[in-house]
Design a protein around this ligand. Structure first.
Ligand SMILES: [Zn+2]
Length: 194
C-alpha cells in the first residue's frame, strides 16, 4: 500500500518470500514484521508481539536511534519495548506490550521521581526488568544485556531472525521488493495441494 507504514504478519523467518520483505516498504517507509508461528511456539501472544513492533517502530522508525546511558563507553539502542518485554496490559481485552517513556533514557531522573514505563514497573532510568533486555553497542560490537539469567537462556533459544536487533546490526535498511514477493507467492500457490 503506497504511502503507508506497514506491519506484516508472516508465519516465520523461513516462510517463502520472508526475506523479500526486507526492512522498509517498497517506497521506503518503515515496516515491521511479526512472525506469528514463531511467536506462538515461544508461548507468546501475537497481540503482544505486534504491539511490541508497533511501539518501537513509532519511536524509532529507521532503527538507528541510540542513547547515552549509565556506562560512558556504551551506547544504548532506543528500543521502547525491549527493557520491559514479557509484561503486558489489557486494552479492550487485548493484551498489549508494556513500553518505556522518554524519561527511561534520561539519566538525570532520580529513582521513583517520575513514570518510566506505561505499567509503572520500572523505577529508574535504564533499569531492565527480569523479562527484558537491552541492545547495546560497546567496543565496536553489538550485544545484549539481559534482565535475568532466565531471560538470557530464553533469548538464546528463540529465533530472532528478522527482528529489530538483527536489522540494527545490518545498519543499511533495504526496501521490500514487490517482484520478489510476487515470485515467492507464485511459487507458494503452485506448490500448494489442490
Ligand atoms: Zn524490540
Amino acid at each position: 500500500m503506497p504511502g503507508a507504514w506497514a506491519v506484516i504478519f508472516l508465519d516465520d523467518a523461513d516462510q517463502p518470500g520472508a526475506l523479500a520483505y526486507h526492512d522498509l516498504t517498497p517506497d521506503g517507509l518503515p515496516q515491521s514484521k511479526v512472525f506469528v508461528r514463531t511467536t506462538l511456539q515461544n508461548g507468546d501472544l501475537v497481540s503482544v508481539s505486534a504491539s511490541h513492533e508497533l511501539v518501537e517502530m513509532l519511536v524509532d522508525p529507521a532503527i538507528n536511534l541510540m542513547s547515552t546511558g549509565p556506562d560512558r563507553r556504551t551506547v544504548y539502542a532506543y528500543e521502547a519495548a525491549d527493557p520491559v518485554e514479557d509484561l503486558s496490559f489489557s486494552v479492550n481485552g487485548i493484551a498489549m506490550t508494556d513500553f518505556v517513556y522518554p524519561a527511561y533514557f534520561e539519566m538525570f531522573h532520580k529513582p521513583g521521581s517520575t513514570q518510566f514505563d506505561q505499567m509503572k514497573k520500572v523505577t529508574k532510568p535504564f533499569q531492565i526488568l527480569p523479562g527484558g533486555y537491552q541492545i547495546v553497542f560497546k567496543g565496536g560490537t553489538w550485544s545484549q544485556i539481559y534482565g535475568s539469567p532466565e531471560k538470557r537462556k530464553r533469548f538464546a533459544r528463540e529465533d530472532r531472525r528478522g527482528h529489530r536487533s538483527e536489522e540494527r546490526r545490518k545498519r543499511i535498511l533495504k526496501p521490500a521488493s514487490p517482484t520478489e514477493i510476487a515470485r515467492a507467492n507464485a511459487r507458494l500457490t503452485r506448490s500448494a495441494p489442490p
